[in-house]
Design a protein around this ligand. Structure first.
Ligand SMILES: Cc1cc2nc3c(=O)[nH]c(=O)nc-3n(C[C@H](O)[C@H](O)[C@H](O)COP(=O)(O)OP(=O)(O)OC[C@H]3O[C@@H](n4cnc5c(N)ncnc54)[C@H](O)[C@@H]3O)c2cc1C
Length: 304
């Protein structure tokens, strides 16, 4: 990232919320259930699957976790009622992981059971490194009882190849593989982009070799190429893997993947807590962030 982009990223939180919202619209499917369902219907019509995320992460009371779980159940009911092709993505911190691990397990167990009853699937998102071991432990506990749950692993973590092997050895190989979005110390995470890509391809091959199901979550064309090479090499059938991308990111690559005959799932975040998520997305895309900062400063100077 250039020094100018770094400056843009640092300035972004100072921009007023309504301005950020205007630019964030492409990444977030609104604040309400109805707006989100509209986005999923559109994606389905265009031949894509979806995974739905209710925005919101760390919570401080049990009631907030129960409320978030209830929201996800409402979504599962709506998806079943409308026969949409969409599952859900859940962050364990939102389900009380940092308050009480047993509470978190109980809430997740109930949610995964609801999804099973409705013939749906729950993907557990991966958060920052203090959550990694506990997230994997809860996932493996859930897998003892349910098949309709999967986990995310992050290629930037040095431990990930080992984690993938342990999880597959336990017979629980249903993954989303992504690079990882949090800022982690070099001690535990690769920092070099080339190394992260190499590790991504290495872990992906290990997963395919062991017949795991993988959601290949990336917008990086080099990694998409690597994945397609491995899909060909391991002679995978269309329903033995899927590509995954975030809403609003590189729609051109999205159609290239679809035109190649692959399945693709779009991550659809929505909800009242859109601001923190949007800032993360915009920080990854300084070209859009630059427009916000420019509009912000233009606004300030016209008021003078
Ligand atoms: C479906 C899905 C689910 C994810 N779930 C998790 C998770 O559970 N835990 C986690 O830590 N991370 C998650 N991530 C984020 C992921 O870890 C990366 O931070 C993110 O995808 C960027 O890496 P990349 O592989 O796309 O490649 P990059 O090399 O970072 O990006 C490739 C290209 O895409 C463009 N691009 C990337 N992101 C954006 C953006 N936001 N807006 C515009 N352009 C962009 C870049 O400009 C670049 O040109 C998820 C990503 C996806 C696609």
């Amino acid at each position: 990232m250039s020094w100018f982009d770094k400056l843009v990223v640092m300035t972004l939180p100072l921009a007023p919320k309504p301005l950020v919202k205007r630019f964030a619209r492409r990444y977030v499917a609104g604040e309400t259930l109805e707006e989100m369902l509209g986005a999923v219907r559109r994606l389905n019509r265009e031949g894509m699957m979806a995974t739905i995320d209710v925005l919101g992460e760390f919570i401080s009371h049990k009631d907030e976790a129960l409320q978030a779980a209830q929201q996800y159940k409402t979504i599962l009911e709506a998806v079943a009622r409308e026969r949409l092709d969409a599952n859900i993505s859940v962050k364990l911190s939102q389900m009380g992981l940092l308050l009480d691990k047993d509470l978190c397990y109980d809430i997740m167990s109930d949610l995964v059971a609801t999804a099973a009853r409705l013939r749906n699937f729950v993907r557990i998102d991966m958060e920052d490194s203090p959550c990694t071991s506990d997230t994997i432990a809860i996932y493996l506990r859930l897998r003892k009882q349910y098949d309709n749950v999967g986990i995310v692993l992050q290629a930037y973590l040095r431990r990930t190849l080992g984690d993938a092997r342990d999880i597959m050895r336990a017979g629980a190989g249903h993954f989303r593989l992504c690079k990882g979005i949090y800022i982690e110390p070099r001690q535990i995470a690769f920092r070099d982009h080339k190394l992260i890509n190499k590790n991504y391809a290495l872990v992906l091959e290990e997963m395919f070799k062991n017949e795991a199901y993988v959601g290949i979550a990336t917008h990086n064309e080099e990694l998409v190429w690597d994945a397609m090479r491995l899909i060909d090499q391991y002679r995978l059938k269309r329903d033995e893997y899927e590509f995954q991308m975030l809403l609003g990111v590189d729609e051109e690559l999205r159609s290239i993947i679809l035109d190649g005959g692959h399945r693709l799932r779009v991550y659809v975040p929505f909800g009242k807590d859109w601001y923190a998520y949007s800032l993360r997305r915009l920080k990854e895309n300084p070209s859009i962030a630059r427009h916000i900062i420019k509009a912000f400063f233009r606004g300030l100077s016209s008021r003078r």
